[in-house]
Design a binder for this molecule. Structure first.
Ligand code: NAP
Length: 249
């Protein structure tokens, strides 16, 4: 089994959806987890309670990944709590969709700030810790949209494509220090992010998926847990699509 007993993990945006599923999965495998959230304190505390009542170790920490100081504090707080930072899951993300001709500067900037710069800020802080430890696994949640693009999501697609380039570069920089970096690219997953999609968009999306259905947060969390642990010890710089066969060539 890909056990994570005693490993410490920081999961950004873990109050809901994919991040919460990742936190539950890593904790079930024995990791001590930090559940980061931006505003949903109650939801984050409820993920913590679930994990603790199942015998795991978890703490909720508020922090905005798009703020470099806050990102640095999240990493420092994880190390203060658990004595190390072994696993980082950069999951926090937002959407602000619109066609390019209608996309405001604010909607461009906020998505880039959270989904791309946020990954950079947290990864930079974590890299210093992991390089010193000569051990660590970084998993960045990108999206199939970063691979194939999507009408109405130029900001999101640009950020997620940027995350892939960032992941591969970090993998090259840190491989010699025992630190791996991989990306997971979910397709359409049932979370708050996709809950508001109109039926017509859902149907069009499902038609593009070989398995003809949206995935679950747990489908993504299983892939993240695999990449986090020693079963993936020789895997770095990869992008693993978890998309029900939406994008394979
Ligand atoms: P979600 O249900 O909307 O949850 C988003 C999470 O990110 C929440 O925990 C939220 O915290 C947190 N967050 C947002 N901005 C933040 C910030 N500035 N700092 C810290 N945390 C922040 O989203 P999801 O569907 O689970 O998506 C998770 C990741 O998977 C995102 O990166 C998304 O782009 C990616 N993804 C999702 C899908 C999909 O179909 N759902 C597909 C491909 C990729 P609060 O609760 O406190 O607001």
């Amino acid at each position: 089994m890909n056990g994570l007993m005693g490993r410490s993990a920081l999961i950004t945006g873990a109050s809901r959806g994919i991040g919460a599923a990742c936190a539950r999965e890593l904790a079930a495998l024995g990791a001590r987890v930090v559940i980061n959230y931006a505003g949903s304190r109650e939801a984050a505390e409820s993920v913590v309670s679930d994990i603790v009542s199942s015998g795991g170790q978890a703490t909720a920490l508020r922090g905005d990944v798009s703020d470099p100081t806050s990102a640095q504090s999240l990493v420092e707080a994880t190390v203060d709590l658990y004595g190390s930072l072994d696993i980082l899951v950069n999951n926090a993300g937002i959407t602000r969709d619109n066609l390019i001709v209608r996309l405001s500067d604010d909607d461009w900037t906020s998505v880039i700030d959270t989904n791309l710069s946020g990954v950079f800020y947290v990864t930079r802080a974590a890299s210093k810790v992991m390089m010193k430890q000569r051990f660590g696994s970084i998993i960045n949640i990108t999206s199939v949209i970063g691979l194939v693009g999507n009408a109405g999501q130029v900001n999101y697609a640009a950020a997620k494509a940027g995350v892939i380039g960032l992941t591969k570069s970090v993998a090259k920089e840190l491989a010699g220090r025992g630190v791996r970096a991989n990306a997971v690219a979910p397709g359409f997953i049932e979370t708050d992010m996709t809950a508001t999609l109109p039926d017509s968009v859902r149907e069009a999306a499902s038609a593009q998926i070989a398995m003809k259905r949206f995935g679950t947060p747990s489908d993504v969390a299983k892939a993240v847990a695999f990449l986090a642990g020693d079963d993936a010890a020789y895997i770095t710089g990869q992008v693993l699509a978890v998309d029900g066969g939406m994008t394979f060539a």
